[in-house]
Ligand binder design. Sequence first.
Ligand SMILES: O=C(O)CCC(=O)C(=O)O
Ligand SMILES: [Fe+2]
Length: 397
Amino acid sequence: MSGFRIRACTEDGGALLGDSSMAAYRLEQGEDAFRKLFRLYKRRNPPADLSGVIDFSQGHPKVQSKCLGLSSLNDQEASRVGLQPLHQWKVYGLEGYPGFLFISNPFLPGWQHRWVRQCLKLYPCKPNVCNLDLHMPLEQTSDLWGTSQEQLRNKSAQKRHKKSILEKLRWVTLGYHYKWDTKTYNSDHRTPFPLELAELSRCVSAACGFYNFKPEAGILNYYHLDSSLGIHVDESELDHQSPLLSFSFGQSCIFLLGGLNREHMPTPMMMHSGDIMVMSGPSRLLYHAVPRILPFPGGDTLPPCLSVPPSTETSDPSLIEPCSSLDWEVCVQYLLSSRINMTVRQVLEEGGSFSQAGNVSQLTEADSYHYYDEEMSSEGLDAKGVLMKRMKMTEDG
Ligand SMILES: O=C(O)CCC(=O)C(=O)O
Ligand SMILES: [Fe+2]
């Protein structure tokens, strides 16, 4: 064990972990700090002490409020994608993480609903790509919403609920489609990036001072209560100067933000429905992971921001249409035990192309996603559709 690991445990770990977590936290030889903390928070029995997990909406000595330049996004642009006026946003930075911004649910009441509906009803449709395409015929994956909606609507009435196909969805890729096996994007595998999601991303990135951000690729992750996302760095994009944006909806999660290597003690934080993270500058290539999904306390309920009815406002119907109450019923049943995350990335540098870059894959372990999902693992595939043989080797990142 290196001296650095011991220091990380006693200094950073002491400040961030609650007492009982600290007792459980002792680095074993050969286990890096990130993996150790990942396993700690992934554990359900006995449940981990969450008192050291930063909740940005509750304040914390390491959290600083940030002011954004108010002229970077006007109220009308913001409202077209369901965002509050910029002066109402609560934006935070985190000590020790320059370039990292956390925006605490800036969505207008009733508007997250439209994004959830897009993620469940629209974005899994062709030509977008999803995990189910890897092991199901096209006829079965072409209309996940259509095949699942009745089953989901009746979910609460059923004693034993048979999983709908929509509940087997684990990821969708948009724009330049990420190839999980080679860990690359390709110029010849690109489909149109959804306009309204591009606009949402442009609004958020401009608000944070990134005026030239080009939303070129999206990875949507669909989590259930037993899902986690393994330790990784998002470095397959050829452009690392642009921010990576991350939007969360539904149940909350613990997100671990680490350093440039896995020996660096990560910081655990909550991500709630509507929260947005921006990883930019020195924080763009940090290790991170989602060890745990946390159902809203009390069970069988949604967080308050999703318990309001969907907004019916139609000021600019062409951008994102309202979520009907019929569609919302299906989304509610889905979200009672799920979290959806959308990440948006710029793939190419300004004026760059794949041929210039050579599109050479950097096959590093760091970049691989090591999902673990109890149900999917029983089907012999992990959430990204990678064979379990590989999963077993890397199970917890
Ligand atoms: O679900 C999250 O919050 C993280 C997703 C993520 O890291 C990714 O898709 O690369
Ligand atoms: Fe990531």
